[in-house]
Write a new protein. Structure first.
Length: 463
């Protein structure tokens, strides 16, 4: 029986695997490396986050984005947008450093068994482990506006469905949303020869400004400190103090995760959208039906007036819904035992990302209602990886025989296990506390950029 199975090989899964291997754990890592970034983002997209805050995490902090880019003559500089292709290549390079290697298999079932868990794959049968981390990214949680769900995929899709936009050449395309994914998809469609338009409930499109220099006068830095998610004190708190966010009342945490860092376009994208792509704001979709080879939309304006719009295709850039019930891989009995965060369909998580089922951990988007909006970005992987692996080790100490558990007490027990072991994040781990009874209320809906109910939210993978 293995110590740990990591399900998922995106930025969170790879970072956790790096810390677990360096801690000497017997691990398996299952999934397609960087799948969301490689398969669900069209050529020409750029990373919205700053390169210096987009590192995957290894304990020695040696395998950074800058360390990958420098010898290859690539730029990874503040206020210089980085191509998504470069970032996904960086993730693949990071994965290549891991021992054991990532296994490209499809996990179909996770269940609880005596002494741990069984993880079943389509290719290799069942693997047994004492603990499991689900770092499965965002694709299981795609959110489509209700009126579009009955339309066939050739007429209505989600922005994450497209790794290539060339098939829309010459077609009228309506992009639903006002966040980065909607705006960048619209720009790329226009540049690919399509005729896009933007439809959003928002009153206006928000644009981020050019990032402030990293080196500033002390007073300016004090007024608006830099953080991995931007400048300003509230942003700094969400970015740098996820452990403190978790101590807030659950209703407040969910609201913060749902609304902080709301929909906005990157500063470098503005000239490619304004004056290029028509935008119809303060409008929501009432109904949608196939008509004449395209889609007929009934749209409500700010005064309630309804009008009809004809379009060849609708792309919903409407984010992701982090709820456990969308994880078909969980056995019904295992799912029934997982407590949820009140006001959300996401799991309740202790201070080390462990769910109410001992030995079952969650990372990434599903942890945002517990630890805040940093978990929607690559930046959150560093906080997550070290803390979560320490939680796994505590769990193993509790369930393994005393002789076996003793070997886990020394950090970095196996520095030859892959990426180099190093310092921990230095934060004291508070014991889990009981917050409230399990909740099965409707989940808050969010993705990269705030609330999305039938409408306008960002939909690119976390990061």
């Amino acid at each position: 029986m293995h110590d740990l199975v990591v399900v998922g090989a995106g930025p969170y899964g790879l970072s956790i695997a790096s810390h677990a291997a360096a801690a000497g754990l017997d691990i398996r890592v299952l999934g397609r490396p960087m799948a969301s970034w490689r398969d669900h983002m069209p050529e020409g997209m750029f990373l919205k986050s700053e390169p210096w805050s987009s590192n995957l995490s290894d304990p020695g902090q040696r395998h950074t984005l800058a360390a990958y880019c420098a010898p290859r003559g690539l730029r990874a500089e503040h206020a210089s947008p980085l191509p998504i292709r470069t970032f996904s290549d960086y993730g693949m390079w990071f994965a290549d450093q891991l021992q054991p290697r990532v296994e490209e298999v499809t996990v179909t079932h996770v269940a609880r068994t005596d002494g741990g868990f069984s993880v079943t794959t389509a290719e290799e049968g069942t693997i047994r482990a004492r603990s499991v981390v689900l770092a499965i990214g965002v694709m299981p949680f795609v959110n489509r506006p209700g009126p579009l769900r009955k339309l066939p995929p050739q007429l209505a899709s989600h922005s994450s469905d497209h790794g290539d936009l060339s098939g829309f050449l010459g077609l009228d395309v309506t992009v639903v949303g006002a966040g980065q994914a909607a705006l960048e998809t619209a720009a790329l469609l226009a540049e690919a020869g399509a005729r896009p338009q933007i439809l959003a409930r928002a009153e206006r499109i928000n644009w981020n400004t050019l990032p402030q220099p990293l080196r500033r006068p002390p007073l300016a830095s004090l007024r608006e400190p830099h953080s991995g998610l931007g400048t300003g004190w509230s942003t700094w708190a969400w970015s740098e103090l996820p452990w403190a966010v978790r101590r807030l009342p659950s209703t407040l945490r969910v609201r913060i995760a749902d609304s902080a860092l709301g929909p906005a376009g990157a500063w470098w994208l503005r000239d490619r959208v304004e004056g290029v792509v028509p935008a119809f704001l303060c409008r929501s979709i009432v109904s949608a039906e196939a008509a004449g080879g395209g889609v007929r939309l009934r749209v409500a304006g700010p005064d309630g007036t309804r009008r009809t719009m004809e379009t060849g295709h609708v792309v919903a850039a409407t984010g992701f819904v982090p709820e456990l019930d969308r994880l078909a891989m969980l056995s019904p009995s295992l799912r029934a035992g997982i407590r949820t965060t009140p006001g959300s369909g996401a799991p309740w998580l202790g201070s080390a990302f462990e769910s109410s089922v001992p030995g079952l951990f969650f990372a990434g988007l599903l942890s945002a209602p517990s630890f805040g909006p940093a978990m929607r970005f690559v930046h959150g992987a560093t906080f997550t990886a070290g803390r979560l692996v320490r939680g796994v080790r505590r769990h193993l100490d509790a369930v393994r025989p005393a002789a076996g558990g003793a070997a886990l007490s020394a950090p970095g027990a196996n520095t030859a296990a892959g990426l180099t072991a190093g310092r921990s994040d230095g934060e004291r781990v508070a014991p889990p506390r009981d917050e409230s009874a399990p909740s099965h209320r409707s989940p808050a809906r969010h993705g990269e950029a705030g609330s999305a109910v039938d409408g306008c939210e960002d939909s690119r993978p976390v990061g």
